[in-house]
Design a protein around this ligand. Structure first.
Ligand code: FAD
Length: 264
């Protein structure tokens, strides 16, 4: 079995999110890191490999991004991926979600994985949608918010977190699964793994290598247009109840919640 894990380089969590008023896009400059949500996908792949229920031949980390994105691949390899693929090409710049998902799917087609894993969201774009777009392009079933996954003879039995509780769903492989961050506790890379990551196979692909049609990526291939950006409303100061009578305090809190229709 072969598992591909999609990983993305994002601005480090410590960097304040800023929008570029000229391009109306996220300013992605500054310190960068592997998207923390993707470490859960790598860990899920490692647990399948180490679980022994199926033989995992290899785990391949795949990214689309500028030159600097190799660092995210090195981190993915230090966390357990066997090798990595970097799709990078100036023509891919300014791709929106549909274009990004199409481009990643083109690389995945060349890898023919049995399972594609990805994080629930990127820490920068937070679209939560790449999994569905990739699956659509590959013609594979897709599940989101998976927080438990067992491999059973060519199929996956998954639990997915829903607003009302949990769904238990079985899908045939090959499949595209985006994992929720409650699925596991990602491991830390060992010093040896960090040192060895740069020596592992890394294939760099251009858009032409991945047979990506130029009209489907980049600004021209992106149908989304950001028309305006607005800062979020300022947070209002909270209400502090300074009250020593427990009953009255509870009543005031319940009244506050009811007023906002927050109690079922
Ligand atoms: C008009 C427009 C132009 C844009 N231009 C750019 C641009 O130039 N550069 C840019 O970075 N973004 C750009 N974006 C944002 C870009 O579309 C999103 O970053 C991208 O589609 C992924 O969405 P997301 O990051 O919110 O992914 P989500 O759907 O939130 O991410 C889910 C998971 O998908 C995987 N994933 C997401 N992106 C990648 C990737 N690139 N490689 C591998 N795995 C991935 C990760 O596993 C991640 O956890 C643009 C958006 C618009 C609307």
């Amino acid at each position: 079995m072969k598992i591909c894990v999609l990983v993305k380089e994002v601005p480090d969590a410590a960097v304040e999110k800023r929008m570029d008023p000229n391009t109306k896009r996220l300013d992605r400059s500054g310190e960068k890191n592997l998207n923390p949500f993707d470490t859960h996908a790598i860990e899920a792949a490692m647990q399948i490999k180490e679980g022994g229920a199926v033989d995992v031949d290899e785990i391949v980390a795949v990214t689309m991004g500028p030159e600097s994105a190799v660092r995210a691949l090195h981190k993915a390899v230090s966390l357990g991926a066997d090798r990595s693929v970097h799709l990078t090409d100036p023509s891919l710049e300014n791709s929106d979600v549909v274009a990004t998902g199409y481009a990643l799917a083109q690389v995945l087609k060349q890898e023919s994985p049995d399972l594609v894993l990805l994080g629930q969201q990127s820490d920068d774009g937070e679209c939560y949608t790449i999994g569905a777009v990739v699956a659509d392009n590959l013609g594979m079933p897709s599940l989101t918010q998976v927080i438990k996954m067992d491999v059973e003879s060519g199929a996956l039995r998954c639990e997915r977190q829903a607003e009302y509780g949990y769904d238990t769903v079985e899908v045939q492989m090959p499949a595209v699964i985006s994992v929720g961050d409650a699925i596991n506790e990602p491991r830390y890379p060992s010093l040896k793994a960090i040192m060895g990551a740069k020596k592992k196979q890394l294939d760099t692909k251009t858009a032409a290598d991945a047979q990506i049609e130029s009209g489907k990526v980049g600004s021209d291939g992106s149908k989304t247009q950001v028309l305006a950006i607005n800062p979020p409303p300022e947070k209002q100061a909270g209400e502090i109840i300074e009250d020593e009578d427990t009953d009255e305090t509870v009543q005031r809190i319940v009244a506050w919640l009811e007023e906002r229709k927050l109690l079922a």
